[in-house]
Design a protein around this ligand. Structure first.
Ligand code: NDP
Length: 296
């Protein structure tokens, strides 16, 4: 194996440490403690795990965590009333509604009811528009984490050929916008792309956000390229459950210059960036300078 392994776990620990130090300074110098409200509707076990872990990380970073658990049959009006109250609460700097929502709730309507300045997931239509037009916004956490690791590895990304496989609103599209913002030449590939292998082979930076286990083999990777594997897929192998990414790690690591593993790559950066976004939102809300290196 020749690729450098980009250790997302260690990188995320560094980001969380920087967030925690900045939060400590905010408290000491300005008496401000940033607060993150997480709203969970229903009892999806995976969502409950995510919400618990987000709450724990928020407290570890020195911030206030507010968890709101609502019954699965909560009406849209009740949920919107809660969001309205959180929008108006000065102690709350970030609001995250855990997705997916139960089917009777309109996720777009709910997300767009969040104050864009508190939309730490970066999914509000205003933030999508601001990112798309290169303006200051709240940036979705997973692509922000990928960007931080890429900047750390490459320094400047300017002029590099980037291929993003996947065009979802939460990963693929914002990832492409961020890379464009850093002056990459960006291609977005998806399920209708002709000759995906050839497209991938052009990439200096290859971001896989597909949701298909080990779909990208090593011979689709340009020698020396940086491979960012966003995929998290649970598979059965040799009678055991295993997490794998969207790239075939062993063969890609033979060819790539650098690669993120799964687990331990992009995954840990997502929560770290949620904390970073909450801190950024608190700084902006109080007219204070934003933390350096923790935003796009
Ligand atoms: P979506 O299902 O929303 O999007 C998948 C994208 O992949 C679509 O644009 C789809 O194309 C494209 N695609 C599907 N099959 C192919 C194919 N055969 N060839 C090329 N493109 C294909 O997924 P998400 O973006 O939400 O997530 C992607 C992966 O990232 C998942 O494994 C998810 O678990 C993981 N993830 C990880 C996070 C983390 O913290 N590390 C956070 C969020 C997601 P089309 O649009 O044409 O259908």
């Amino acid at each position: 194996m020749s690729a450098k392994i980009i250790d997302g776990k260690a990188f995320a620990a560094g980001v969380r440490g920087r967030v925690a130090s900045h939060v400590a300074r905010l408290k000491a110098d300005h008496g401000i403690t940033p607060g993150l409200a997480v709203v969970l509707v229903g009892e999806d076990p995976a969502s409950e795990v995510y919400v618990r872990s987000k709450g724990k990380s928020t407290v570890e970073a020195g911030m206030n965590s507010y968890e709101h658990k609502l019954d699965a049959d909560t009406s849209e009006a009740t949920l919107l009333a809660l969001i309205d109250a959180l929008n108006k609460d000065p102690a709350v700097n970030g609001i995250l509604v855990q997705l997916p929502l139960p089917k009777h709730l309109d996720a777009d309507l709910v997300i767009n009811a969040i104050d864009p300045a508190k939309d730490v997931d970066g999914f509000h239509i205003s933030n999508v528009g601001l990112l798309g037009t290169g303006q200051k916004s709240m940036v979705p956490c997973t692509p922000l984490g990928c960007l931080m690791m890429l900047r750390d590895h490459h320094g400047s990304l300017s002029g590099l050929d980037a291929v993003v496989v996947g065009r979802s609103n939460i990963v693929g599209k914002p990832m492409a916008q961020l890379l464009l913002g850093d002056s990459c030449t960006v291609t977005i590939a998806h399920s209708r792309t002709k000759d995906l292998a050839e497209v991938c082979r052009r990439a200096d930076i290859l971001v896989a956000a597909v949701g298909r286990p080990e779909m990208i083999p090593g011979d689709w990777v340009k020698p020396g390229a940086t491979v960012i594997d966003v995929g998290i897929n649970r598979i059965e192998r040799d009678g055991k459950t295993k997490l794998v990414g969207d790239v075939h790690y062993a063969s890609c690591a033979e060819v790539a210059g650098a690669i993120t593993p799964v687990p331990g790559g992009v995954g840990p950066m997502t929560i770290a960036c949620l904390l970073a976004n909450t801190l950024t939102a608190a700084c902006r809300a109080n007219g204070l300078p934003e933390p350096e290196g923790l935003t796009a």
